[in-house]
Structure formats: C-alpha cells, structure tokens
Design a protein around this ligand. Structure first.
Ligand code: ATP
Length: 141
C-alpha cells in the first residue's frame, strides 16, 4: 500500500518517480527511514545506498550525496548523481575505488584528502548497490 511519492532528480535525469511505501536514505546523521505521515524534513545526504520499497519490490540506488526533502508525503531527492544497479559500470566504479584508495594511501603532497574520501565513498556505494542487487536477483532465479 504505497503512501509516499518519491522523486529522485539529478542534473542529468529523473532517476526515480513514483509511489512507494518506504524510503531508506543515507542521511548525514546516519540511515533514515521515511514512512508515510513523516514530519516535514530537509536534510543533506551522504554518498551511499538508497533503498526504496514498494510492496514486495525493493530497489537499490547509489546516491552520491545531495539533499532530501519530505513534505506532505512527498519525498524529493536532489542528488549529484544517482544510479540504479543496471546503470552502474562496475569496471569504472572499481577503477574509481582503486584510484581513491591509492591517493589516500600515498600521502603525496597536493592530495585533497576530503575529495579522495568522497570519491572512495561514491565508488563503494556503486559497488555495494551493484553487488547486492546481483545477489538478490540470483536468489530469485
Ligand atoms: P569517476 O571518477 O569514474 O568519474 P565519480 O565518482 O567521480 O567517478 P561522479 O562525479 O559521481 O563520478 O559522476 C559523474 C557522472 O558519471 C554521473 O552522471 C554519474 O551518474 C556517472 N557515473 C560515475 N561513475 C559511474 C559508474 N561506475 N557507473 C555508471 N555511471 C557512473
């Protein structure tokens, strides 16, 4: 019984638009679950995994940070980037993870630590969404 409208918007596309039962998002203060009748809210999101449930269906989306607003049973997420598992290029995410890890390990002067950390978290979110979705699909077949 869907009771929330969810829109996930990036500069490039509308990644999700529809009725859902629950949204679990990576808020800056930790994971947050949004159910119908949630109080109005505006918060920032960390790079991470967003989970959307509608009946028996669960969709995982990699989010690379942004804003989330809840108002009158409508959840709007403005994200820097958002990808469903099918749209994730695994080799690219792996390469981004390795690059970020090497930068963080190198301790070389000129490495922007915060930037490398953020890149690492984006890549890990993508890898996790792809892996978890693949495992789930395997279980269902
Ligand atoms: P990279 O270093 O590989 O560009 P990134 O984390 O810096 O990774 P972003 O700046 O978060 O990339 O995203 C830029 C654009 O590329 C966005 O449209 C995002 O959806 C897309 N993108 C980034 N990585 C992937 C990936 N592994 N699979 C699919 N799309 C990706």
């Amino acid at each position: 019984m869907a009771g929330l409208t969810l829109e996930i918007v990036t500069a490039e596309a509308m990644t999700y638009s529809g009725e859902v039962d629950i949204v679990i998002a990576p808020g800056i203060m930790g994971q947050m679950a949004i159910l119908p009748h949630h109080a109005p809210l505006m918060t920032m999101l960390e790079p991470g995994e967003l989970c959307v449930r509608k009946g028996p269906e669960e969709t995982l989306i990699a989010i690379s940070g942004g804003f989330l607003e809840v108002l009158d049973d409508k959840v709007v997420i403005l994200a820097d980037a958002a990808e469903r598992a099918d749209d994730i290029d695994l080799a690219r995410a792996e390469a981004a993870r390795r690059r970020a890890e090497e930068r963080l390990k190198s301790g070389a002067p000129g490495v922007d630590h915060a930037r490398a950390e953020a890149a690492l978290r984006r890549s890990l979110a993508r890898l996790k969404v792809a892996e978890r979705t693949r495992k789930r699909e395997k279980r269902l077949t």
